[in-house]
Design a protein around this ligand. Structure first.
Ligand code: ZN
Length: 105
């Protein structure tokens, strides 16, 4: 009987320990999306702050370092090679059309 009681007490203790462990862990995420105004498109969206390498060369003075910019996901991925590809393919299509017209003459 006493064994059973001990077992129960042990279980209870384990449970309370588990409850204690399941306290909300406050883990700060560095880059949590939050509602804000994107620096690029000036729209209120889910934004993140990104560390951007500063590489400005104005008036012959190069400034290096990091700055944080608040950007939405869309703007974040704009200006990446993907956009260049689009520009290239657009050019390619135009030159193809030109070539096609030439071959028709
Ligand atoms: Zn944006």
């Amino acid at each position: 009987m006493s064994d059973r009681h001990e077992e129960f007490a042990g279980k209870n203790a384990a449970m309370s320990r588990a409850w204690g462990a399941s306290k909300p862990k406050v883990r700060k995420k560095k880059n949590e999306p939050k509602t804000g105004i994107c620096e690029k498109c000036q729209q209120e969206k889910m934004v993140r702050s990104y560390r951007v390498r500063l590489n400005d060369r104005s008036e012959g003075v190069a400034s290096y370092g990091f700055t944080s910019r608040v950007l939405c996901e869309e703007c974040r991925f704009q200006g990446k090679p993907r956009k260049k590809e689009e520009a290239l393919s657009d050019k390619a299509i135009k030159s193809m059309l030109r070539n096609a017209k030439r071959s028709l003459r």
